[in-house]
Design a protein around this ligand. Sequence first.
Ligand code: SAH
Ligand code: SF4
Ligand code: F3S
Length: 497
Amino acid sequence: MPNHAQRLEFPNPLPHIRAPRGENPGIVAGYFRDQAEANRGAAKAKMAKKLFIKSYGCQMNVYDSGRMADVLTPLGYESVDAPEAADMVILNTCHIREKAAEKVYSELGRLKQMKADKDDMIIAVAGCVAQAEGQEILNRAPVVDMVFGPQSYHRLPDMIAKLEGGAKNILDTDFPVEDKFDALPKVGGAGKGKGAPAAFLTVQEGCDKFCTFCVVPYTRGAEFSRPVEKVLAEARALAESGTREVTLLGQNVNAYHGEAAGGATWGLAELITALADIEGLDRIRYTTSHPRDMDDALIAAHGDVEKLMPYLHLPVQAGSDKVLKAMNRQHTADGYRALVTRIRAARPDLAMSSDFIVGFPGETDEDFEQTLQLVRDIGYAQCFSFKYSPRPGTPGADMKDQVPEDVKAERLARLQALLNEQAASFHASMVGRELDVLFEKPGRHEGQIIGRSPYLQAVHAKAPASLIGQIGRVRIIKAKTNSLEGELIAPGVREVA
Ligand code: SAH
Ligand code: SF4
Ligand code: F3S
C-alpha cells in the first residue's frame, strides 16, 4: 500500500465563500436600494456554482457523496445531473476490484476533453481510489486538481480555498484525528437526497477484519462507530424531512459498538430497537454484515423488531473451509449454515443475500463445488458475485496458485446461473401475495410508480404520484427478471404518520 502519512495543513481552517476563480467579487456602491438588491441577486446568480458528483462502489460512497454536496452548499454549489456545465466534478471512487478502479481513469480521460473547453472547471478524485493511490493519480492524470480520501472530505472548503489561492493541486489522504461526522453539517436528508423516502445513514465505518482479498481496511481505516445520540439525531432529522426507511451503513455494520448515554456501549440490536421508536420511521435495514458479528441480540431483533425488514445481506464469499481460511474470513461453511438456521428461526420469512468471490488463489474445482453446494443449501433471494481481482498490497495478491482468468470466468458463469435461478424462483414465489411497498419514485412508464417490498425487491404499480413517500399495499401479479409488477389494493393505501 502507498504511504498515506502525508498531511496537509491549511492556514485558514474557516469555510468561506469566494468568487469563482479568476473573477473579482467587485463592490456594489452608490445605488438605490432596489438597484443594490437587484445587483446582489445578480451577484448571487453569478456565484451559484454547479456541482456534479459521480459515485462508484458501495452505498457508503452514495452516502458520502450526499454529505459532500451538503458541505459544498454553503459555498454556493448546486448539484447538477451532468458534468458538461459543472464548475466542479467529483468522482467518488471505488478500489475494490481492478475494473472499478480503472473506470476512474477512463472517466478522467473524458473530463480532460471537457476541461479543455472550460478552463476553470475543478476536477476532484475522492473515495477509495484516492485513498489508495494518492499522488499516483496526480502523476497519471495531471488534469486532476484535487485528490482526497473518504476520511477528509469534510475539509473540502479548505481544499477549494487553497486551490483558489493558487495551489497547483491538493492531496489530502490523511486519516484526521478530528471526527469527520462532527465537522459535517447537520443532515436534513442525506444519501439518496433530501427528504427521500428511503435514505442511507452511516453508523459505522472502517474494518479491522483484514480479509486477505480486500482493500477496505486500508482505504477506510480502522473500525469506528458513531455515538448513539448522533445516529438517533440524524435518523430523527431524516424522519422529519419525510424519510420512511433508513438503511444503516457500515463496512462491518453489525460490529457496531457505539457510545451511549451514561458511558454504556450499545450494539447494533440496541441501536435498531431505539431507532424503531422514532415516529414516522417505518422501516429499518442494515448492511453490510460479517457472519462473525451476528450476535444473539441482533438475531433476536430480527424476530422482535417489526420495523426491521426481513432481508439480510450476509456475505459468505465461498463454501470451502480451506478457501475461507486462506481468505481469513474467521468462519467455516457449516458455521455459516448454522448461523442462517438460527436467524431464520427468529424470522422465518427472512430473505438472504450474499457476496461471492470465485477463483481465490488455491481454489480447486472441488472447492468451487462446495460453494455451489452452500448456495443450494441456503437458498438466496439475490446475490453479488465476482471473479477474484488481486489488489496491490493485500496478502491475496502475493499468494501462489493464482487461478487463471478463463477458469474464473467459467466458475462465475456457473455460479451466476445458479444464483439467477434462485433469484427467479424467489421472485416467482411472490406472485399472488400482498406486500407493503414503500413508493420511492415515478416508474419508467406513464402513471406508474416504483418502490421496494420488505424483501428489497423493486415493485412497480399503476398509482398516483402523490403516493410517493408512502407505504401502499400491493398485490403482486407478475415476476420479471429484476422487478415485480403489482396492483394497488383499493383503497389500499395505509397513511403513515
Ligand atoms: N464488508 C464490506 C464488503 C465490501 S466489498 C461492505 O460493507 O460492503 C464488497 C464485496 O466485494 C465483498 O463482499 C467481496 O465479495 C467483493 N470483493 C472484495 N474484494 C474483492 C476482490 N479483491 N476481488 C473480487 N471481489 C472482491
Ligand atoms: Fe473487506 Fe473483509 Fe472487512 Fe468486509 S470484512 S470490508 S470483506 S476486510
Ligand atoms: Fe469500494 Fe471503498 Fe466501498 S473500495 S466498496 S467504495 S468502501
